[in-house]
Ligand binder design. Structure first.
Ligand code: FAD
Length: 309
């Protein structure tokens, strides 16, 4: 039986397992794909103390560091269920393979995935102009023309943010109006280098084989097709937390994020959560890593206050 079982092997889970192991307690980590989203990332330039690295290298270093400790790594395994015994407080995590693991505390760090448009060219030009993260990739488009897809809060925030870096932003919304907060919409419309297109359906990301050169969209009011010349496309149509397997077990927000307090506690005693799968604001590596440390230290705090069952 583990003292701390971490589910998820991205920056938050890896950090949680290092923090737990350093307390000399029995620590395990279950990861479907060790490294998480950083495996799909090219350049990382905003993790302080590492001026520049690349996703796969960062992921390998996460795993190397975890391997320096006495952590039981269960790679290519997916958590499928979680239950807590009311009497003993012991938590069981069922794996998709059919196995079951038991632990006194659990840190969930299963991350999230960006919703994609699923149009031709999007996958082909991913990281070649198509991106999902304005905080990460905005500076790469300094002085260039970009589009932001999505008129919710994240899309409008991205457009405002990017307008200060790039030469021009076109915000494209599928519906007849933007869904972002009015204050953000007012700010957006006050910017001289932003155009807003509503009722516009993106149909294709186009490129020259190496990088994005534009996109095509159809007006949903006139049915006419149009092309825009661009260097970048920021897709901001939702971040989906990997928490489907926890529905009905833990309190989730309307977006499916695990509701956590400032110490990473969830609605179930002994179960903590960290990173992109939670309500922690801002989905970034440094934030995920920090919240992983918080969750592990909270788990340790819980252990020293609880009798061994
Ligand atoms: P994740 O990295 O999503 O890791 C989740 C882990 O859980 C993975 O190991 C996954 O396999 C595993 N998992 C999922 N479900 C289960 C399950 N049921 N059972 C077991 N394991 C499971 N942030 C930056 O700060 N800088 C950047 O430059 C940057 N660039 C990015 C570029 C791209 C293309 C993307 C997609 C994201 C980028 N981000 C960047 C965001 C950053 O990658 C995330 O904020 C960060 O990885 C979140 O860490 P996490 O540990 O919470 O989750």
């Amino acid at each position: 039986r583990f003292d701390v079982l971490v589910v998820g092997g991205g920056p938050s889970g890896a950090t949680a397992s290092v923090y737990a192991a350093r307390k000399g307690i029995r620590t395990g980590i279950v990861a479907e794909r060790f490294g998480g989203q950083v495996l799909d990332t090219m350049a990382i330039e905003n993790f302080t103390s590492v001026s520049y690295t690349e996703g796969p290298k960062f992921a390998a270093e996460l795993e190397n560091q975890v391997r320096q400790y006495d952590v039981d790594i269960m790679n290519s395994q997916r958590g499928a269920s979680l239950t807590r015994d009311e009497e003993t407080g012991v938590i069981s995590v069922g794996l998709a393979s059919g196995a079951e693991l038991q632990s006194r505390t659990v840190v969930i760090s299963t991350g999230a995935r960006w919703r994609s448009m699923d149009v031709p060219g999007e996958a082909e030009y991913r990281n070649k102009g198509v991106t999902y993260c304005p905080h990460c990739d905005g500076p790469l488009f300094k002085g260039k023309r970009v589009a932001v897809i999505g008129g919710g809060n994240s899309g409008v925030e991205a457009a405002i943010d990017l307008a200060g870096i790039v030469s021009h932003v076109t915000l494209i919304e599928f519906d007849a109006e933007l869904r972002a907060d009015q204050v953000l919409q007012r700010k957006l419309r006050s910017l001289p280098n932003v155009d807003v297109l509503v009722s516009a359906m993106t149909t294709e990301v186009v490129g020259d084989g190496g990088k994005v050169t534009g996109l095509n969209y159809t007006s949903r009011t006139t049915d006419e097709s149009h092309s825009l010349g661009l260097d970048g496309v920021f897709v901001q149509i939702g971040l989906l937390p990997n928490t489907e397997w926890l529905e009905g077990t833990l309190e989730l927000s309307p977006r499916g994020e695990i509701v956590v307090d400032e110490a990473g506690r969830t609605s179930l005693p002994g179960v903590f959560a960290a990173g992109d799968c939670t309500t922690v604001p801002f989905k970034q590596i440094v934030v995920a890593a920090g919240s992983g440390a918080t969750a592990a230290l909270s788990a340790f705090d819980h252990l020293i206050r609880t009798d061994v069952p």
